[in-house]
Ligand binder design. Structure first.
Ligand code: SF4
Ligand code: SF4
Length: 248
């Protein structure tokens, strides 16, 4: 029986999630035994398929060429998997949406800004149907493997819709707020096992917000713990500026 054809693509991103896939170790070799890897720019120079069973797309859409590529990949794929914060919620690229496009071009390319046409940042599901999402900056290897298994079996694999705090408390971490440190865990989607807090960092909201997040309550807590209005806006939009209010 033919192995499923699997391809990896990248749009606007740092490519860290592709690197994360290449770094998953022995499981990657097991995976390569059951799939046919047909395109993956970071590790393969060949491109050998007209159609894909699974297409993994990293990165957000930030110009019309990326939108054209994404729609072409979608048309050639049985299932499309958005992986990484940029693909699932716009990621840090979404901060561009807080400024005018002209200001963004000038900030990055100075007087050559007009040479690089750009659009507002969009997550993949804002333009095409996405079958699976693996949020995170970068993706967590366990979640990648879980989604790959589900996708190969044709089963659903929804992203958890409860807060990172749930996993954080299950890990018996001392809450950062008890140490006077702010954290976006209360409104951020779980699934990373509270990765950053476990390792002495704070949650920046990279997995996107839970459905119907209590933004005003979270803002009030951040203010109570010393952040001013500008800092609150920056914290809340660091990863989620590209999302619509009800698009968490
Ligand atoms: S440290 Fe952050 S994620 Fe953990 S319980 Fe506190 S607010 Fe929630
Ligand atoms: S703890 Fe927060 S910032 Fe860290 S990986 Fe999880 S969702 Fe992302």
């Amino acid at each position: 029986m033919a192995r499923p054809k699997v391809a990896f693509f990248d749009l606007s991103s740092c490519e860290g999630c592709q690197l994360q896939v290449t770094n998953i170790g022995a499981v990657l070799f097991e995976l390569l035994g059951v799939i046919e890897l047909v395109e993956f720019r970071e590790v393969l120079s060949e491109r050998s398929a007209a159609r894909y069973h699974l297409a993994f797309v990293e990165g957000s859409v930030s110009n019309s060429e990326a939108e054209r590529r994404l729609k072409e990949i979608r048309a050639r794929s049985d299932a499309l998997i958005a992986y990484g914060s940029c693909a699932t919620n716009g990621g840090v690229n979404g901060m561009k949406n807080c400024n005018s496009l002209v200001a963004a071009q000038a900030e990055v390319y100075a007087e050559q800004g007009a040479w690089f046409p750009t659009t507002s940042t969009r997550a993949l599901h804002q333009l095409v149907t996405v079958d699976y999402m693996i949020p995170g900056c970068p993706i967590h290897p366990d979640e990648f493997i879980k989604v790959v298994k589900a996708a190969l079996a044709g089963l659903p694999s929804p992203v958890p819709d409860y807060a990172v705090c749930v996993e954080c408390k299950l890990n018996e971490n001392v809450c950062l707020y008890d140490k006077g440190i702010t954290c976006l865990g209360p409104i951020t989607r779980a699934g990373c096992h509270a990765w950053c807090i476990n390792n002495g960092n704070t949650c920046y909201g990279c997995r996107g917000l839970v459905s119907n997040p209590n933004r005003s309550g979270a803002a009030a807590v951040l203010h109570h713990y010393g952040l001013d209005a500008e800092q609150i806006v920056k914290r809340m939009t660091m990863y989620n500026a590209a999302m619509e209010p009800d698009d968490a």
